[in-house]
Design a protein around this ligand. Structure first.
Ligand code: DGY
Length: 334
């Protein structure tokens, strides 16, 4: 597809010069097949997580297709060869990329919004249900063959219907969660920097500051991006604003939560349960979470459906295709 002119005068056939890209992680087979078809793609068959060796590996490439495992800091971006024109991340979140540093070097950064909205909202719903209905304790009881009697007060959880769900960040994923939670009979409240138009709000109640949202949130979901200012947003003080026995879920980013404060609130029962799909420093997680029966934990599965992971890969390739066709990539961040 990306044809460079061959030496017509010599009678050589027209040579096809595909751009060279480095794909830093294993991607779904259909995505790797398309990358190999359309690019001179350096794939990572072993799925080794690259580190300081990345600049050397990318020598001679024009673009990188990365995942959130690759930390594209200012220093890393400065070390990239001059030939690099684009960094396409296989994620909607891009806090692992110093976008300003990339922009300063003239490198286009793209992400994969939209395609993972439904899958991530489904995991948020799963976390709400699992945390509120004590799924972890139920699973353990059955798996460890300890369930020997049914009784009327066994593992009583919290019902979702009729409860207020506070969503911090009513963006695409937040709204998809709101739609699903409404179907479960929940009343939706939210905070964004600016109030949404009624067609996007869909009846959700706006709170002009996050603290006001926390005060009404019997269930609370983090759906905002991770930024330096939002680090440890959910600290002891803010957890203390939640109604007694609230349920907290996080499908956004781990560093939005002060782990020690949440662990303490889960231990004391001040927070009834938490459903967490993301963790600061993942895949390492704060070990205390593992010992808490009221913490329902998943290994960052938000976008992990076959359909969505294919769509994310195709979206990242669409962005590169556009760039190499001389167009502005649809999801350019710079
Ligand atoms: C995203 O796309 O940001 C998901 O969290 C996967 O990293």
């Amino acid at each position: 597809m990306f044809r460079a002119a061959g030496n017509r005068n010599s009678g050589d056939p027209i040579m096809t010069k595909k751009p060279t890209i480095l794909v830093t992680r294993r991607l779904p087979p259909a995505v790797e097949a398309r990358a190999a078809r359309d690019y001179d793609a350096r794939l990572n068959a072993d799925d080794r997580v690259y580190g300081a060796d990345l600049p050397a590996l990318v020598e001679g490439c024009e673009a990188l297709l990365i995942c959130s495992s690759e930390k594209m800091t200012q220093a890393m971006i400065a070390a990239l060869p001059k030939s690099i024109r684009a960094i396409a991340t296989f994620s909607v979140g891009y806090e692992h990329i110093d976008v300003a540093a990339a922009k300063a070097r003239g490198i286009v950064v793209t992400n994969t919004p939209d395609v993972l909205t439904d899958a991530t909202a489904e995991i948020a719903m799963l976390l709400l249900l699992a945390a509120a209905r004590r799924a972890r304790e139920g699973l353990t009881l059955v798996a460890e063959n300890q369930w020997n009697k049914w009784y009327t007060t066994m593992l009583l959880g919290r019902q979702l219907s009729g409860k207020r769900l506070g969503i911090l960040g009513l963006g695409r994923i937040g709204r998809a969660l709101a739609t699903r939670a409404s179907g479960f009979g929940m009343e939706i409240h939210y905070h964004n920097r600016a109030r949404l138009s009624p067609d996007l709000e869909q009846g959700a109640v706006f709170h002009p500051d996050p603290e006001a949202l926390l005060r009404v949130s019997q269930f609370f979901s983090l759906n905002c991006p991770s930024t330096p200012e939002m680090r440890h947003f959910l600290n002891a003080e803010r957890l203390g604003l939640l109604p007694e026995g609230a349920v907290v879920v996080n499908t956004a980013r781990g560093d939005l939560v002060d782990d020690q404060a949440l662990i303490e609130a889960l231990r004391s029962g001040r927070v009834f349960a938490a459903g967490l799909d993301v963790f600061a420093g993942e895949p390492a997680i704060e070990p205390a979470y593992r010992k808490l029966d009221n913490a329902f934990l998943l290994p960052h599965l938000g976008s992990a459906t076959a359909e969505t992971r294919d769509a994310m890969g195709f979206c990242a390739l669409d962005n590169l295709d556009a760039l190499f066709a001389g167009k502005r990539p649809p999801n350019a961040l710079t």
